[in-house]
Ligand binder design. Sequence first.
Ligand SMILES: C[S@@+](CC[C@H](N)C(=O)[O-])C[C@H]1O[C@@H](n2cnc3c(N)ncnc32)[C@H](O)[C@@H]1O
Length: 334
Amino acid sequence: MNYIGSKNKLSKFIKAEIKKIVGETKDKVFCDLFAGTGAIGRTFKLDTKKIIANDVEYYSFVLNRNYIGNHHKIDWHEYLDELNHLEGINGFIFKHYCAGSGCERQYFSDNNGRKIDAVRQKIESWKSTEYITDDIYYFLLASLLEHADAVANTASVYGAFLKTIKKSAQKELWIKPALFETNHAEHEIYNKDANELIKEVEGDILYLDPPYNARQYGSNYHLLNTIALYDNFQPAGKTGLREYKRSLWCQKGNVQQTFNELIKNAKFKYIFLSYNNEGLMPPETIKTIMSEYGRYDVIETTYQRFKADTNENRNHKASETVEYLHFLEKSCFG
Ligand SMILES: C[S@@+](CC[C@H](N)C(=O)[O-])C[C@H]1O[C@@H](n2cnc3c(N)ncnc32)[C@H](O)[C@@H]1O
């Protein structure tokens, strides 16, 4: 999934740097507190005793519940085969997010909107009749989210839709398995505010990748929450927004105190924070806050944020960002 702030491309670098400092991680509990797509937890899943993954957004919980939480093999072929061959239904997604219903929004082609409705309803009916386990439920939901996102008619996020259906959105929705690594460890997955959860969990390595600017994930990915929750509400305005959570990490006036509180309450020896040079908190502020609680260091790398455009007529530049990995070995607890 193309996700704002995804660490997919940086995951090898982050893992290598964490291992350089922490050493062997096989016997350690690793917490990914702002897990998003789960890219970092997934990188450590087979290399730690346990992963604790959390995100305040429900679609992210679904992804992590599958990619991290699921650890026994699932025989998915029959389920996906049935879902992929369902007839479309004029349900909530078609009614509010597809132009064919007359709603004046166009986040999906009519056929794909109808198919998302049919698949989503079938998954829910399987769950309510106990035809599927929780593990399979989240596996199927994650598979749907990934592939609905791939045929969304947006430039990238769900803050707006395109006026005409773009090429990738014209393709028929075809759900492939959201495959995960299997192992014997039991992992913990949460859907909570980070500053609340930090008071309830403990472990060895805490990885923090909070939002770094004012863009709220709940509004940018509202349609993923709507598909995942599939609840009934009145979509608002031109974009069909649902009510969403406003993270304190996206607010300049609140982020510093929120960060300080989190570090203070963390019961983890090794704490890592990913943040870039365009973030709401300057590096010096982060250094000052973290240094109060123990030994601080920082590692930096440059990172190409957008791929250079291969079409020479469109002169899109790849922008280079400095990505920091701040580190604290916490000695001062409480
Ligand atoms: C930069 S993204 C994380 C990306 C992730 N590391 C990845 O590779 O996909 C930040 C995440 O923080 C989550 N978030 C924002 N505010 C939060 C809060 N108060 N508590 C927990 N998660 C929050 C967002 O939903 C988003 O998924």
